[in-house]
Write a protein that binds this ligand. Structure first.
Ligand SMILES: Nc1ncnc2c1ncn2[C@@H]1O[C@H](COP(=O)(O)OP(=O)(O)OP(=O)(O)O)[C@@H](O)[C@H]1O
Length: 383
């Protein structure tokens, strides 16, 4: 395309103060990866391509189905049963033939993620499941790539930018800080069960592209360390500050080798995701929380400085329903095994509650309390 045509095409954004020719040149140089060409991915891709991002990767292993058409706006009736990534690329080339499109008709997995993602500057997570979100998050953290996340359900959507290097060197937040434990299949609902208003992923996908354009060009303030929640029913946009979660990084693979061997399916469905550490329990205590000791009544030691309800594991199912109203419930036992059993017993039947199991049980808790009490005694004697 001639220089004149190029300037014409992007004229309306190039005349923007602080965007200019430099912003457009940065977009042309940029490489962006969109994982998932569904409800979020379609609108995100359309605007990335229209804006003139130089290279765009599209990853999706699915084919177009009829239930996709109310929101996956790159696809038409004639595309049914065709692969999404290839079909999307054909439509996008017609929109802007200058953009280089790399098509990956495959699922992003631990086997291909590091290799694919390493070729790009920014990643958009437009998938719809926890396994993929943890996997993409961890790969981006290992490769030091900014990740633009979004999720939608029913009438509500959320978006955030993770792993973004802030000028002020603020601690970098990632998906594991927002969701330290995966919600297991029994507690989570997806759009194909609960539904989604077709326009909603459109709005959230376009917000993902907006953040991406800001990251690349350096304009404005990127939505990092924050979560933006949009509710279509009451037309509200709310932003929440995100903070580092002390437990969040512990379950994360620490290097490429660990990542390649990480079983995300098992992680997202296993009981281990319900475990919290003594430090996390301390942070949670002020919040409305019920702590249930599932040991037998005569078992010692008592948990130091912890007010608990006693419900032995064998009686738990009978007692729980009539006695527990708070939504957050932590089970404890001697070493942390029976408390996991308690989670397993109740998690599928009480969807209004969030269950946790204290790792290491009362023994770990008392050791932790004794150490922190000793430490504060020492501090007092210094002053
Ligand atoms: N690990 C992954 N790698 C690549 N693409 C993925 C991965 N996980 C999910 N996706 C893709 O992300 C897209 C998400 O789209 P969306 O949320 O609109 O749901 P859908 O799966 O297309 O439709 P539905 O849930 O109604 O059947 C899908 O096209 C899906 O194939």
């Amino acid at each position: 395309m001639s220089q004149e045509n190029l300037e014409n095409r992007y004229h309306r954004q190039m005349i923007l103060k602080s965007f200019g020719k430099t912003g457009q040149a940065k977009l042309a140089q940029a490489k962006v990866l969109v994982i998932g060409a569904g409800g979020l991915g379609c609108p995100a891709l359309q605007y990335l391509v229209a804006a003139g991002v130089g290279t765009i990767g599209i990853v999706d292993n699915d084919v177009v189905s009829l239930t996709n058409l109310h929101r996956q706006i790159l696809f038409s009736e004639s595309d049914l049963s065709k692969p999404k990534a290839t079909t999307a690329a054909a439509k996008l080339t017609a929109l802007n033939s200058e953009v280089k499109l790399n098509v990956y008709n495959e699922k992003i997995t631990t086997a291909n993620a590091l290799e694919i993602i390493s070729n790009y500057d920014v990643v958009l997570d437009c998938t719809d499941n926890f396994e993929s979100r943890y996997l993409i998050n961890d790969a981006c953290a290992l490769l030091d790539k900014p990740l633009v996340y979004a999720a939608v359900l029913k009438y509500e959507g959320q978006t955030a930018v993770f792993n973004f290097k802030n000028k002020e060197e603020v601690e970098r937040i990632n998906y594991r800080d927002l969701f330290p434990n995966p919600v297991d299949a029994a507690h989570s609902v997806s759009c194909n069960e609960a539904g989604v208003l077709g326009v909603l992923p459109g709005i959230m996908g376009v917000l993902q592209t907006t953040e991406t354009l800001k990251i690349i060009t350096g304009i404005g303030e990127v939505l990092s360390n924050k979560l933006l929640v949009y509710n279509a029913l009451n037309s509200s946009f709310n932003t929440f500050n995100l903070t580092k979660n002390s437990d969040s990084q512990k379950a994360m693979p620490q290097n490429n080798e660990e990542f390649k061997n990480y079983d995300y399916e098992l992680y997202c469905n296993s009981l281990l995701s319900f475990e919290i550490t003594t430090e996390t329990l301390t942070e949670m205590i002020d919040k409305k929380l019920t702590i249930i000791d599932v040991r037998n009544p005569d078992e010692q030691p008592e948990a130091v400085d912890l007010s608990t309800f006693k419900m032995p594991l064998l009686e738990l199912e009978n007692l729980f329903e009539s006695q527990v109203t708070s939504s957050q419930v932590v089970f404890i036992c001697q070493t942390g095994k029976r408390s996991l059993k308690a989670v397993e017993l109740l998690k599928n039947n009480y969807s209004g509650h969030t269950f946790y199991s204290l790792k290491g049980g009362v023994l770990a808790w008392n050791e932790f309390k004794n150490k922190t009490n000793e430490h504060s005694q020492k501090e007092k004697s210094i002053y």
